[in-house]
Every structure is written in C-alpha cells, then in structure tokens.
Design a protein. Structure first.
Ligand SMILES: Cc1cc2nc3c(=O)[nH]c(=O)nc-3n(C[C@H](O)[C@H](O)[C@H](O)COP(=O)(O)OP(=O)(O)OC[C@H]3O[C@@H](n4cnc5c(N)ncnc54)[C@H](O)[C@@H]3O)c2cc1C
Length: 171
C-alpha cells in the first residue's frame, strides 16, 4: 500500500493459485481492512492498474525468423522483484542489435544469437531466491524476513537487489 497524501495505491500480489476466492475478492477484502486507511473517504471511482507478471524467468525460445520476443512476452522480468521495465528496455536493445546484424548480413541464422537458454541460465540464482520467497507464506514469516532485511547485511543485500545495476545480465 502506498499513500502519497492525495492518492492511495492499494494492491495485492502473488501467484494466482494462492487466492482461492479470486484476485478481485482478495483486493476487495484487503481494501476494507488495509491498515492506516481508517476514516479515509472511499471514492466511487478508482483506477485499476493490474495484470499478470511473468516471474518464471526468460523463455528458452525467444527468436524465430518470424520475429523476436522482448519484455514480458519473453519473460524478461526479474523473478525475484517482478520488475520488468528495465529488463524490457535492455532486452529490446539487445534484440535490436541482433536483428540489425541479421538484416545487414542477410542471414536469418544470425538470430540464433538471441538465445533465451543463455539468458535464462543467468537467472538461476534469482529463480532459486523466488522459490524461497514463495515459501514465506505467513505474516509472521514475512515480518521476520523484514527484520533480517533491516540488519546491515540485509540492507546491503536489498540495496544490491533493488537498486543495483544488474537487473538484466545480458551476454
Ligand atoms: C501492477 C503492476 C505493477 C508493476 N510495477 C513495476 C515496477 O514498479 N517496476 C518494474 O520494473 N516493473 C513493474 N511492473 C512490470 C512492468 O510493468 C512490465 O514488466 C513492463 O511494462 C513490460 O513491458 P512490455 O513492453 O513487455 O509490456 P507492456 O508494458 O504490457 O506493453 C505491451 C503493450 O502491448 C499492447 N498490446 C497487447 N496486445 C496487443 C495487440 N494485440 N495489438 C496491439 N497492442 C497490443 C498493450 O496494450 C500494451 O500497451 C509492474 C506490472 C504490473 C502489472
């Protein structure tokens, strides 16, 4: 939840199968009991910004002579943070370079360099960490995880993950 003094952003996130009564029902019920919103006027109209985020890692096959996949379509989203804006831009730049080389050479085989397998391998650690994160299933566990993140090594780790420059390691 984010409150900037004028707007309140409220959201739920997680794997769809973890919301047995549906995503909208989860959002409705969270809106009702979100902490810090007691007494806040609830507007009739709200803006909805939501959607599935692919956190399973880069797809193995992202190139064919018919086209190249980039961004969410290629699964270019950090499995750990679910951030996809920076990876989308970086992968698009990489795709443009390879496409340019293929067009200049006039050889579709050049597109093989746009290889999802190779990119996916660079995400192995993050995919493992995502599995660990998925294991945090209770508020008590999540609270303990935040306590760990407040320690100096936890802060250093969070800084590296959230603000480091390695959001999408290209070949
Ligand atoms: C609620 C939410 C919060 C997020 N927060 C963050 C964040 O804080 N930081 C971060 O890094 N990432 C965040 N992400 C992820 C990030 O938004 C995506 O990874 C990123 O936008 C992917 O870019 P994209 O160009 O691949 O896809 P998109 O941004 O989804 O663009 C695809 C475009 O294609 C259009 N389109 C679809 N089908 C067709 C069609 N048939 N014909 C023509 N156009 C079509 C769509 O309308 C859309 O405009 C968030 C995602 C969500 C859902």
């Amino acid at each position: 939840m984010l409150r900037d003094g004028e707007h309140v952003h409220v959201g739920t996130a997680g794997h769809a199968h973890r919301f047995p009564r549906g995503l909208y029902s989860a959002l409705r019920s969270f809106r009702e009991r979100a902490p810090g919103l007691e007494g806040v006027e609830r507007p009739e109209q709200v803006e909805k910004r939501a959607g599935p985020i692919p956190v399973g890692g880069v797809l193995p096959r992202i190139a064919s002579p018919a086209g190249l996949l980039v961004g969410d379509a290629a699964g270019a989203v950090s499995p750990l943070t679910a951030g996809g804006l920076d990876p989308c831009l970086r992968l698009s730049g990489h795709a443009a370079e390879i496409l340019d080389a293929a067009l200049r050479a006039g050889r579709p085989a050049e597109l093989e360099a746009y290889d999802g397998h190779a990119l996916r391998a660079r995400f192995r650690k993050r995919l493992l960490l995502r599995k660990g994160l998925d294991g945090l299933r209770t508020p008590a566990l999540a609270t303990s995880a935040f306590a760990v993140l407040r320690t100096p090594p936890g802060r250093a780790l969070a800084r590296r993950i959230l603000f480091g420059n390695g959001s999408f390691p290209l070949p």
